[in-house]
Design a protein around this ligand. Sequence first.
Ligand SMILES: Nc1ncnc2c1ncn2[C@@H]1O[C@H](COP(=O)(O)OP(=O)(O)OP(=O)(O)O)[C@@H](O)[C@H]1O
Ligand SMILES: [Mg+2]
Length: 232
Amino acid sequence: MLRVDNITASYGVSQILFGVSLEVAVGQAVALLGRNGMGKTTTIRAMMGALRPSSGAIHFEGTRIDRLRDYEICRLGFGYVPEGRRIFKHLTVHEQLVAFGRMRDGKQQCTPDDVYRLFPGLAERRASPGGLLSGGEQQMLAIGRALVTSPKLVILDEATEGLAPLVRERIWSVLSELKSRGLAILVVDKNVADVMALADYAYILEKGRVAWSGAAADLRPDDDAQRRLLAV
Ligand SMILES: Nc1ncnc2c1ncn2[C@@H]1O[C@H](COP(=O)(O)OP(=O)(O)OP(=O)(O)O)[C@@H](O)[C@H]1O
Ligand SMILES: [Mg+2]
């Protein structure tokens, strides 16, 4: 479904990615792991068209996307939950879920009401402006906004960072429900145990390169080499 082939990318003169390759298959949950500053967000920004790779290629469902604009990429079926959430402060929860809504195949695959069913805590806050939400509510809204776009692939960058345990659990259980419905998921997260429970496959980045990849079941945080890569 998504294939990233040997991409390199730089911010100005500093090269950040040195040949990253990864794949997400239809219906698969894939984890992108690694310590701080290893290039996870940069890899995702390159997929989303926020940063143009200097070499390599990215394909989504057979279409080459690494020369497309970010809004064109979104329209192909990417639901993006960025690091830092980027919630609109003055629009209410419901307004944001309506504003982001998009159809695919003539139908909105996930409506605001579906989002409220997945996150009942958000339903209670539907009339609240984004700026008044707690961190957990903002994160649920950020995920909801990605879902109402009817994505084929959802990409989450540190979606559970800094949240209370109950909210984190809710998010992981929603992701596992979405996966069981056939949605493909690419997740960046520091909580390796939670990611492992969801993901089928994992990549660990180190300094802009894939240092390890394999079935999530083969991730062994007790293994010295992997512990060094993950800093757990
Ligand atoms: N806008 C930018 N301009 C210049 N350098 C940047 C920029 N954003 C990130 N970097 C650098 O690129 C490298 C990779 O950053 P990136 O954000 O991709 O890492 P990450 O793996 O997502 O880390 P984290 O776990 O902290 O989110 C870091 O050295 C970072 O300092
Ligand atoms: Mg990051």
